[in-house]
Each structure stands twice: as structure tokens, then as C-alpha cells.
Write a protein that binds this ligand. Structure first.
Ligand SMILES: O=C(O)CCC(=O)C(=O)O
Ligand SMILES: [Fe+2]
Length: 222
């Protein structure tokens, strides 16, 4: 994003924080490399199939727990039946730093222990409709990291998928945290601005989004 236009950190709705340019260029590159490896296996990245027969336009691969509409399991039963990659400790630490950056609360950051990440890849045509992240049994924040093409991220309210909502431009390196009263707010991605990313990240085109979450499930999935 144009460094001449300052983009201060901003609370978009109560508990919903946008922290522009949070990831360093080195972190962006490292995340692209890690996500590229996860995309190949043990469970390959795929368009998630929806129960009523459609497919999502984004491609998704998960670590820690596998998400399929609308639950988490350890094995990717709707893909190849294999167990997903372990959630790495470095990602727990990154999630804690993200919570600290959003809320400035060291204790809240230290107790944050994400155990799953959904990694979404958007080409220029991909979108995500308004939805709530509600398959987790924990009110802990969702930490979202964006790399590559800029998108329009729509942050709504907890009651309806319609207005009132606020549109935010998420650029490469931006952090967004949905927590507190906005943890279960509707949100979506109505548009990706094709060709706006920085190839130095290692991503030649498209948009990568990583959301870390706390499933609230124990090891057996209960
Ligand atoms: O791509 C984004 O910024 C949001 C992704 C999202 O809402 C999700 O994976 O649940
Ligand atoms: Fe979401």
C-alpha cells in the first residue's frame, strides 16, 4: 500500500481491530512459504464443498483441525481422509503477538492459544459471502492475516448479514482481529482487487488469508 497515505490502527466495531502493515516483509514471505507447503499436503488445498451441492470460490487448507461445513475434525473426511498438519508453535506465538497488537493487553495475549488455522486462497474472482465464524466453541478472538492482493473486507453486526456494516480495505501485511463484542459479527469478502499485491511476498497473484482460531475442542474432538 502507498506508504504516503497513513493507515492508522482502527477499531472498526467494538472489539474488531484493523492493524495495517502489521506483518514485516520477511514474515509475509515466510507465511507464503509455509502456506504453499501446507497447500500440497497431507491434505491438499481444495474448494470446500457445501452441503447443498455448491462449492466455495476460495480454496482452503487447514492446519491443526480440519474445517468442513459446519464442524471441525482432525481428519479431512471430505478430501482424502488424512489428518491435517500440526498447528505449529510459531503460529501460536504469532497469534499472541497479534492479540497484543490489537488489544494492548499482555494477559489477554498470553492466554490466547489458537489450535486451528484456515488458509484461504482467493484468485481475482473469488469472494466470501457474509457469515459468522461460529463453529468454534470458544469466544476467543479470530486473528486474520492478509497477504497479496488487496480485498474489501465487510464487517457487519452480530444480528443480521445485512447493514449496518463497514467496508475496510485489507492490504498485504494487514492484521484484523474479530474479538470481544464483535467475535460473532457477520463478515465477508465481496471483492478482491486483482493485481494489487506485491510479488516480493512470493505470491505472484491472488490473495492469501490466514485465520487463526481457538476451536474449544479437546484432543478427541469433543
Ligand atoms: O478472507 C478473509 O479475510 C476472511 C476469511 C473468513 O472470514 C473465514 O475464513 O472465515
Ligand atoms: Fe469468517
Amino acid at each position: 500500500m502507498d506508504a504516503l497515505i497513513p493507515r492508522p490502527a482502527r477499531e472498526i466495531a467494538p472489539g474488531a481491530w484493523h492493524v495495517p502493515d502489521w506483518l514485516t516483509p520477511a514474515q509475509r514471505r515466510a507465511l507464503v512459504t509455509a502456506c504453499r507447503a501446507w497447500a500440497t499436503g497431507p491434505v491438499p488445498i481444495r474448494h470446500t464443498r457445501l452441503p447443498r451441492g455448491g462449492v466455495m470460490s476460495v480454496r482452503t487448507v487447514c492446519v491443526g483441525w480440519h474445517w468442513q461445513p459446519y464442524r471441525y475434525t482432525r481428519t479431512a473426511d471430505d478430501v482424502n481422509g488424512l489428518r491435517v498438519a500440526e498447528f505449529p508453535d510459531w503460529m501460536v506465538r504469532l497469534g499472541r503477538r497479534a492479540v497484543l497488537a490489537a488489544y494492548g493487553d499482555e494477559a489477554r495475549a498470553q492466554e490466547y492459544t489458537p489450535d486451528t488455522a484456515l488458509i484461504n486462497f482467493y484468485d481475482g474472482q473469488a469472494r466470501m459471502g457474509m457469515h459468522q465464524d461460529k463453529d468454534e466453541r470458544s469466544p476467543a478472538p479470530v486473528v486474520s492475516l492478509s497477504i497479496g492482493d488487496t480485498c474489501v473486507f465487510r464487517v457487519g453486526n452480530t444480528e443480521t448479514r445485512t447493514r449496518p456494516y463497514t467496508d475496510v480495505e485489507l492490504c498485504s501485511g494487514d492484521l484484523f482481529v474479530l474479538g470481544g463484542p464483535s467475535r460473532f459479527a457477520y463478515h465477508g469478502v465481496p471483492k478482491v482487487r486483482e493485481g494489487t499485491g506485491d510479488p516480493d511476498t512470493g505470491l505472484a497473484s491472488g490473495r492469501l488469508n490466514i485465520t487463526m482460531r481457538v476451536t474449544g475442542l479437546d484432543r478427541t474432538g469433543k
